[in-house]
Design a protein around this ligand. Structure first.
Ligand SMILES: Cc1cc2nc3c(=O)[nH]c(=O)nc-3n(C[C@H](O)[C@H](O)[C@H](O)COP(=O)(O)O)c2cc1C
Length: 247
């Protein structure tokens, strides 16, 4: 199985530790190839807000040399893992900046059909508060990309370092990560889950919009080229990822 991990922080701290436990358990389920990107190191520029990616094509982004390898890796992977520490009740700035570089993937623009058949797991850690408000914007954004299913788990540590937690809590969290990893692996191997009602609704809303507004645009051309203004949808024709034991 191929996995791409987007780390919201370059610090090999608590969130990294949780991600490593999760990956270790995934590797117990199946031989796994992992490609890791660390933010902001692997995408060190702030989005300039020029909208070139949306209007003219993603290759016109001034930071395409950074975003392309990450996008390629995500597209080639069977599943994705996003991690973020909680910073001031939210996701890390690196993670927000990462998402800011991919607005063209939103369903209303040029969503990649591959993403409609991928699942994502989000991992976050905090000292005390903010898990929900850190993970929710990431999950919401990924749903606009068309991601088939988003899972998430967060760890309230009441400590600054993983090793400072009482041993009992460390074991409990390791156990939760192990169970979550196995569940996630099963879900990825099983294939597509029923798409979110939101995703289907939003896709059909975009289709109606493009059918009514026929003005030429890169986005409309893209929708037309994929046959989405006719009967086709990206929810069908899953890219099959056969289980190695069956292949
Ligand atoms: C800039 C910054 C902001 C933080 N904001 C919060 C916060 O709002 N609430 C909280 O409970 N912990 C907060 N923390 C603590 C981190 O969420 C916590 O230590 C986390 O486990 C760090 O993950 P890491 O070791 O992967 O960097 C903050 C830490 C930093 C560095």
């Amino acid at each position: 199985m191929k996995l791409t991990v987007i780390h919201g922080s370059p610090r090999k701290g608590n969130t990294y530790h949780a991600a490593q436990l999760f990956l270790h358990s995934m590797k117990q389920c199946e031989a796994t190839e992992v490609r890791e990107f660390f933010l902001p190191n692997d995408l060190p520029e702030f989005c300039r807000g020029c909208c070139a990616c949306v209007l003219h094509g993603e290759e016109h982004c001034p930071h395409f040399r950074y975003s392309k390898p990450i996008l390629d890796s995500m597209l080639e992977s069977d599943a994705l893992i996003f991690t973020t520490p909680v910073y001031v009740m939210s996701a890390s700035g690196g993670m927000k900046n990462f998402l800011d570089h991919f607005p063209f993937l939103f369903m209303v623009h040029r969503p990649r059909p591959e993403f409609f058949h991928k699942k994502v797991f989000i991992i976050s850690t905090t000292v005390g508060a903010g898990l929900k408000s850190a993970m929710k914007p990431i999950a919401r954004c990924l749903k606009y990309w068309g991601i088939n299913k988003v899972y998430q788990t967060g760890f309230r540590m009441f400590a600054l370092e993983w090793g400072d937690m009482p041993e009992k809590r460390q074991k409990k969290y390791a156990c939760r990560l192990d169970r979550s990893a196995e569940k996630f692996w099963r879900a990825v191997r099983k294939g597509d889950s029923t798409p979110y009602v939101f995703s289907r609704f939003f896709f059909f809303l975009c289709r109606v919009m493009y059918k009514r507004h026929t003005a030429a645009s890169l986005d409309r051309q893209y929708w037309e080229a994929h046959g989405w203004l006719g009967g086709k949808t990206p929810f069908h024709n899953p890219v099959s990822t056969p289980h190695p034991k069956n292949s």
